[in-house]
Each structure stands twice: as structure tokens, then as C-alpha cells.
Write a protein that binds this ligand. Structure first.
Ligand SMILES: [Zn+2]
Length: 431
């Protein structure tokens, strides 16, 4: 009988890794960076450059899975490296906690993902090259981790078309999260099925995709579901703002703003970027992207005007502030001194850096107060509400559900006859 085990996302948000094994064959879903369980590494105490994976393995901060990583990446750890030809990897989406360690995977191990996920990982290479060539180019932590190791060789996987590997049949289905390419997988072996949601929500642009995934997974023996919001008590968690509402409010703010608009959002939230670009055009405004965003977006295939803060560009912005929106990266905030800002300007925080609760976010708020610029917060989360998570379990009605990617797995309470098991790290459970 197949066994399922969890090598991340156990008692923590992020870093889900779901492995299904049968007769010595392995299907692994996701291979992200783990929040350090050892507590040995906190920036600037980082794993040593070039040997990050081995250092994390030795500290207990990476999954101890044999025949997955390159031989040279696991030297000194005692873990068997190099493919055995019976291991395959599937990626749900291009966030660091799901894809962060794939630069260390043995090239003989196939890595499958949606073509959008591969395009994002490829575009990151352009970001990495730009950072090497320009010391003022700012990489965020997630990008640094995602660029570790060698450039991975990934294979595009069509949605809904089953793929055979050893005793397994694996099918990918698109789901909704705040990054393109987000997928759930169904792993079947000898007529028994393990379904894995990846990260998922019901308040985004593609709720129909989630419903279709649930339909396909209906009655699975095992469901592994993310539960990020379980246990988080806030109005926003209980009743999340939809992406459609974010778009609407963005338009309203532009409608009511006579001066310059500044904003921050997440570079890999491509659908929101495309929606904002459309809305900005309808208000006759051009978005000027930081070079960090512009390099990434261009490499992904999106036309992006870049902010240079050259004298000529600053003059243009000052002459017609209502024609522009400036996306600001944290290090660009001091340029606010050279822009004509005031109460008729606005700063739109649509998720992204800096987080308002961080020291940099508090500093941003002081800059805004200094120049009397109103702050509008209009984000939407990538993770379903506790109600949505329960609804998805109800739609799938698995025999057993394992809540992962959450601090509060015990708060998932499925209705009978579904049984909920809070998984232990690395323990193998019968499917
Ligand atoms: Zn995640």
C-alpha cells in the first residue's frame, strides 16, 4: 500500500512537502525553503554560500529525502544524493516556500510544473543576472533563496492530462492562489488517490478552477490541504477581500487622486499587475516600475516602463503628477524627497514590501506623514479563509484529511465520516 508523508509545513505556515511512496518509487510534491526549525540561522547568520543545502540539512532545516539532490550538494551530510531513477518532483507554484530548494535537485530527477511556474522561475534568472551586474539592484530574501544552486531544468505539465511514473499516475489541475500557475495535484496508485491542494483560496479570480479540482478529487483516500488562516482571528481572515474588490478600490483611488500615486505590490502577483496596468491606462496614467520589477516583468514577457529617477524623468513626473503611478521598492523610498508630494498624492499598499508591521514599513509610514501623503491599504490574501478551507474539504469529502502549512492544524474540523489527522514530520501514513 502506498504511504504518504510530510517533510515540511508541519506545524508551520509554508514549506509544504508531500511525498507519496510505493514499491521504492517516490512522488514528491513541492520542495520549498523551510523556515529554520533549528533556529540556528537568522540573517546575517546564514548558511555558507555554495553549500546552503548541506548546511541546512545538517541543521535539520531541509528535508532528509534520499536520491533527490545532486551528489555534490549533500557532501558531508550522510544523505544519499543522485537520482535512483525512481523519484519525481511536482511543483504547485513559484513561491519560495514551495520551489525554493529546486536548484539543488539532481538533474536526472524530473521536475514538472505549470508553464507559468517555469516562466516565473526563468524570469528570476534575469533578476539574478541584473543583481550580479548592478550592486544597487535589491534582491529580496525569497529571490536569493530561489536562485540558489544550479539553474533547474523543469518540464511543463499540461492541466488535466495524467502522467505515468512507476506505479503512479499524477494529474495537475489549476487552482487559485496569488501567483500564476498555481496548481493542485492528484497522485493515484493502485486505485487509491492522494490529493494535494498546494496553496488555495476561494476569493480570487478563479474559484471555478478550485471547484473543478475539488470535483476531480472527490472521495480521495487522502487530502493534504493548506490551512494558513486556521487560528488567525481577524475580520480580514474571516471575510477576505476579493481580488475583484482590490481592482475596484484601486480604480476608485485613482479616480479621486489628483496628484502622484505611489504604490507597492508583489512582483509575482502577475494577474494583479496586469489588472492594475489596465486600470491605470483607463485613468490615463502610466505605471513606472522599479528596476527590480521591470527586469522581472520584461523577462516574463510583460511590457514595463522603468523608473530611472533621472533629472528628465523627475521633471516629467513633477510637471504631470496625475499621469503617473510609481511602484516603489523599499530602497527607493528616499526618492520621495525629490517628488512633489502632498495631501493630493496617495500611497497605495496592495501587499508587498515593505510590510507595514516591519521596521521598514514603520519607516515608510513616517515618510508618508512627513509629506502628508495619505496611505491606502488594499491587499487581498492568497490563502482561503477558515470557512473556505472547510468548504474545500467538504467538497472533496476525503477519507482522511491532513492539514499542513498552518500553525493551527487542530482547528480543521471536518464533518464525518472524514477523519482529520495532524501529521508528524517525516512519519509515513498508509494511504
Ligand atoms: Zn505557501
Amino acid at each position: 500500500m502506498a504511504k504518504v508523508s510530510f517533510w515540511g509545513g508541519v506545524g508551520t505556515t509554508g514549506s509544504s512537502k508531500v511525498m507519496v511512496e510505493e514499491d521504492g518509487w517516490r512522488v514528491l510534491c513541492d520542495l520549498g525553503w523551510d523556515r529554520p526549525r533549528s533556529d540556528l540561522y537568522h540573517h546575517p547568520v546564514d548558511p555558507r554560500p555554495g553549500r546552503e543545502l548541506a548546511d541546512r540539512l545538517r541543521a535539520g532545516d531541509a528535508p532528509w529525502i534520499p536520491h533527490l539532490f545532486r551528489e555534490e550538494a549533500v557532501v558531508g551530510t550522510g544523505l544519499a544524493g543522485g537520482s535512483d531513477g525512481r523519484t519525481v518532483l511536482f511543483i504547485t507554484h513559484a513561491h519560495v516556500d514551495h520551489i525554493g530548494l529546486i536548484g539543488w535537485v539532481d538533474p536526472v530527477v524530473p521536475i514538472y510544473a505549470a508553464k507559468e511556474t517555469i516562466a516565473i522561475r526563468d524570469a528570476l534568472n534575469a533578476v539574478g543576472r541584473a543583481a550580479q551586474a548592478d550592486p544597487t539592484f535589491e534582491l529580496i530574501f525569497a529571490e536569493k533563496v530561489m536562485l540558489e544552486g544550479e539553474r533547474p531544468y523543469m518540464l511543463p505539465m499540461e492541466a488535466g492530462r495524467p502522467l505515468s511514473f512507476g506505479p503512479f499516475t499524477v494529474t495537475r489541475y489549476p487552482v487559485d492562489h496569488d501567483v500564476p500557475g498555481a496548481s493542485g495535484y492528484i497522485v493515484e496508485s493502485r486505485g487509491r488517490r492522494v490529493a494535494y491542494t498546494g496553496d488555495i483560496r476561494l476569493h480570487g479570480r478563479h474559484t471555478d478552477w478550485v471547484k473543478e479540482f475539488c470535483h476531480q478529487a472527490r472521495g480521495a483516500e487522502v487530502l493534504a490541504i493548506e490551512g494558513t488562516t486556521l487560528g488567525a482571528k481577524s475580520a480580514e481572515t474571516e471575510d477576505p477581500v476579493t481580488e475583484a474588490h482590490v481592482d475596484y478600490v484601486f480604480g476608485q483611488i485613482l479616480h479621486n487622486t489628483r496628484g502622484l500615486a505611489l504604490m507597492t505590490l508583489r512582483p509575482r502577483n502577475i494577474e494583479r499587475i496586469e489588472a492594475f496596468d489596465r486600470i491605470a491606462r483607463s485613468y490615463d496614467r502610466t505605471i513606472l516600475w522599479s528596476k527590480e520589477f521591470a527586469v522581472f516583468l520584461k523577462a516574463y514577457g510583460i511590457d514595463a516602463h522603468m523608473v530611472t529617477y533621472s533629472a528628465g524623468q523627475l521633471e516629467n513626473i513633477k510637471a504631470s503628477p496625475n499621469r503617473y503611478i510609481l511602484q516603489m521598492w523599499p530602497k527607493d523610498i528616499p526618492w520621495m524627497m525629490d517628488l512633489s508630494l502632498g495631501p493630493d498624492s496617495v500611497f497605495i499598499h496592495a501587499d508587498g514590501e515593505p510590510r507595514l508591521s516591519s521596521p521598514a514599513g514603520r519607516s515608510l509610514q513616517r515618510w508618508l506623514a512627513q509629506y502628508h501623503v495619505p496611505l491606502r491599504t488594499i491587499g487581498s490574501r492568497g490563502h482561503g479563509s477558515p470557512k473556505a478551507i472547510h468548504q474545500i474539504v467538504e467538497w472533496i469529502k476525503p477519507q482522511v484529511v491532513y492539514p499542513i502549512h498552518t500553525h493551527a492544524p487542530e482547528l480543521l474540523e471536518p464533518s464525518p465520516p472524514t477523519i482529520r489527522i495532524v501529521p508528524e514530520y517525516g512519519r509515513r501514513y498508509d494511504v
